[in-house]
Design a protein around this ligand. Structure first.
Ligand SMILES: [Zn+2]
Length: 314
């Protein structure tokens, strides 16, 4: 039995920390409550468009999600998503629009989750990831999967209803597994996907299939992609990853074989790295540091035992 000691536990996984927002799902069906909340002077809203929001820097150097009182909200027929309330009773809404509003001041700028998720507080990142996930789902589910007719938004953004057949469709989340595979020598297995640039290596990952447990998915994906067999599988943490609708379930997994045979379809190249080899590969530029926002970076760090260099640009 391996015990993983996380020497980097003070570094939270992006988008995973508690946001402090109560989603208050019971209000989603209460039109009178929603109308009152929307017009309340303390309520805050922000626009989400194409996965982006406006962010800004405060004078003390923090990055914040730009929100406005609803009376300053852009006039819109936009979809309005109720995201919840905070401990002070402030309600939060996101407005889905075809474009972001003009810059509110000189420093506000548009940003997507890969960038903003690293910079924002857990509260702001939580609001943003909720809004982006709803936007993605709304955009891709405009028609009824039962009868094919156009659906309409309901439950403050959390349901799409079919007027033709009465079906209700709920936001979809696709579970995916992502795993740091280690061997008996405590080396880590990293792979490069076929469409990734030279030098970009990361943990293996894949979608959970119908009728499959997540542990089965870990073992199947690793074996399919690189031909390595897996014994012990240990859950670590999860991360919402709405690109467009995934939930990444992170694992540490122990290999029971080490011979690598890449499938060539998803994985182009895979290698075992000791800590020293990975450090040297980062230093020489042979391997690019992982994206700081990704749970993959944290899984590798947990194995590595101390913070790794990370990058934020794609
Ligand atoms: Zn229908």
């Amino acid at each position: 039995m391996t015990t993983w000691t996380d020497h980097t536990a003070d570094r939270p996984i992006s988008l995973t920390a508690p946001s402090g927002i109560d989603r208050a799902a019971h209000h989603r069906f209460d039109e009178a409550w929603l109308a009152a909340a929307w017009s309340h002077p303390s309520t805050r809203c922000f626009v989400v468009s194409g996965g982006q929001v406006l962010i800004d820097e405060t004078p003390d150097g923090r990055t914040v999600l730009v929100t406005t009182p609803t009376f300053e909200a852009p006039p819109t027929e936009a979809h309005r998503y109720f995201l919840g309330t905070d401990k002070d009773g402030v309600s939060y809404f996101a407005l889905q629009k075809d474009s972001l509003p003009g810059r509110m001041d000189q420093s506000a700028r548009p940003a997507g989750l890969r960038e903003a998720g690293l910079l924002l507080s857990p509260r702001d990142a939580g609001l943003m990831v909720h809004a982006v996930a709803l936007e993605n789902w709304q955009r891709l589910h405009r028609f009824c999967s039962r009868c094919g007719k156009r659906t309409v938004i309901a439950a403050a953004g959390h349901i799409r209803r079919c007027p033709a057949c009465g079906a209700e469709h709920y936001p979809r989340t696709d579970p995916a597994v992502i795993m740091a595979v280690t061997d008996e020598e405590d080396r880590i297995l990293l792979g490069r996907q076929v469409h990734w640039p030279e030098g970009r290596f990361s943990t293996l990952a894949g979608f959970v299939e119908p009728g499959e447990s997540v542990e089965q998915a870990v073992r199947r994906e690793v074996h399919e992609e690189v031909g390595v067999t897996i014994g012990q599988v240990e859950y670590v943490a999860s991360q919402p990853w709405p690109f467009p609708s995934s939930l990444m379930l992170g694992f540490m997994a122990r290999a029971t074989s080490t011979g690598i045979t890449v499938d060539g379809d998803e994985i182009h190249e895979a290698r075992w790295f000791s800590r020293e080899e990975l450090r040297a590969a980062f230093d020489s530029g042979e391997v690019l540091p992982p994206y700081g926002i990704s749970i993959a970076a944290r899984l590798i760090e947990i194995w590595y035992g101390k913070p790794l260099p990370t990058r934020t640009t794609v």
